[in-house]
Design a protein. Structure first.
Length: 458
């Protein structure tokens, strides 16, 4: 092997790359041929080969798609299948993964379907995308009154959201008479919706107009569903004043009516599930929200209770502050008396010391002068004591006036009163009383028992 040769691929790598190239290169395609070697293992999958005069192709029709198909399969039948080309990597088998099966005779219908689809798409008939109300209050249901679709839709709506109001507009959903009947039903729903809306505006009626349309039927062959590929029906759905949901056949079935609708659902039951919420889910969410709200309320209540207890502990009665001021005033008075006594004692001691110092010197003049000086000093001392006493008295009276100014009793002495109810709570606003209620009025001197006659506005 040359040195510059690329590294060889493993078999699994080659098969994987080949599968990816095939799937990207072909995409979905239709293949027509005769069934050969049909096998139905217990897994529910269906395996067969499609053959013509010169070749054959292995096909795999897996259970999730095969269960939706209404086309019977047997060896020798000529059919058309839609699928994607792939490779089964473990064995390297080239095969077609089948999505849908149709009898071979449907070729002309499919060609007509594709031509009409291209025409209507170019005209913008498939451009509707209005949102449907969720959930609708009044739903117009257009379908066959005897088919399985109506039973499935009503059962799902009743189980999930029984509050929705449903009005059934019966119509054939198969055959030549189906398209004009479906068009008439759509027109009737839109006329009634306009009439109910106008009457409700004029009379304020409690009747709810239609706010959505569901057009549906069960699955079937291409011929069974052909009524929903009618051009006039497609145009009627496109021009409907009310939003339309279409659920025609099974998931693999797609009609032109579904392209024209605002919303498509794969099956009638799926349409009902998309139209309304599940009340059980809402009940569970409401219960969860209720529990969370209750938990939050309890937490807030505990926090506010603690805050209230803290504020109550900090709150002090005015009487306590008044008592503190009285104690402070009494302390100041004691300190003033003590200071005065100490000052007088020191002055006396100084006088006695001076007397003793001058006692040995007996000359009368000196003694007289000394006496006069002593008298002067005594007078000055007494004057100073009087002035000091007067200043301290004025200061004491100022402190007393300040205390009296903040005392509730002083406010009462000026002609005010305090109203209290029978529980001793202070009444601060007229809205706290009721006519006939008994109140106690505390005055500067004494108390009064009062009865409320009526409350007056300011």
């Amino acid at each position: 092997m040359p040195d510059n040769a690329p590294a060889p691929l493993s078999v699994s790598d080659l098969n994987r790359q080949a599968r990816q190239m095939l799937e990207r290169g072909f995409g979905d395609c239709w293949v027509e041929g005769e069934i050969s070697g049909l096998a139905r293992p217990a897994s529910g999958h269906i395996y067969f080969s499609l053959k013509d005069a010169r070749a054959q192709l292995k096909c795999a029709f897996f259970r999730n798609r095969a269960s939706l198909s209404r086309t019977p399969l047997k060896d020798g039948d000529r059919i058309k299948v839609r699928g994607r080309v792939s490779i089964f990597e473990p064995r390297g088998d080239y095969q077609l993964i089948v999505d849908a099966v149709q009898p071979s005779g449907e070729g002309e219908l499919m060609a007509a379907y594709e031509r009409l689809k291209r025409q209507l798409s170019a005209e913008g008939m498939f451009a509707n995308a209005r949102p449907l109300p969720y959930p609708p209050r009044h739903l117009a249901l257009i379908t066959s009154p005897t088919g399985a679709a109506i039973r499935d839709v009503l059962a799902v709506l009743q189980a999930r959201w029984p509050m929705v109001r449903v009005s059934v507009f019966p119509s054939p959903v198969q055959g030549r008479e189906a398209p004009p009947a479906l068009i008439r039903a759509l027109a009737l729903v839109n006329r009634q919706a306009r009439y109910e809306s106008a009457r409700q505006d004029a009379e304020r009626s409690a009747t709810e107009p239609f706010d959505a349309i569901l057009i549906t039927r069960g699955g079937g062959s291409l011929e069974d569903l052909w009524a929903f590929n009618d051009e006039h029906l497609v145009r009627a759905i496109h021009h409907s004043a009310l939003p339309v949901m279409a659920a025609i056949g099974h998931e693999v079935d797609t009609t032109l009516a579904e392209f024209a609708a605002d919303v498509r659902a794969p099956t009638p039951s799926a349409a009902a599930e998309r139209l309304v919420p599940d009340r059980r889910d809402l009940e569970a969410r409401l219960s969860q929200q209720r529990r969370r709200l209750l938990q939050a309320w309890r937490g807030r209540f505990n926090v506010e209770s603690q805050r209230l207890d803290h504020l109550r502990a900090r709150l002090r009665h005015p009487g306590e502050r008044l008592a503190q001021q009285r104690q402070r005033l009494a302390g100041l008075d004691r300190r003033l008396q003590l200071a005065m006594q100490q000052r007088l004692q020191r002055d006396r001691q100084r006088l006695e010391a001076a007397t003793r110092r001058f006692a040995p010197h007996d000359p009368r003049r000196t003694l007289r002068q000394s006496r006069e000086r002593v008298n002067q000093l005594r007078q000055r001392l007494e004057s100073a004591q009087q002035r000091q006493l007067q200043r301290e008295r004025h200061r004491l009276e100022g402190v007393a006036r300040e205390l009296n100014a903040v005392s509730p009793l002083a406010v009462l002495g000026r002609g005010y009163s305090i109203l209290q109810d029978d529980d001793g709570q202070v009444v601060r606003a007229a809205s706290q009383t009721q006519p006939g209620q008994t109140l106690t009025a505390r005055l500067g001197e004494g108390r009064l028992k009062l009865e409320v006659k009526r409350r007056l506005k300011r």
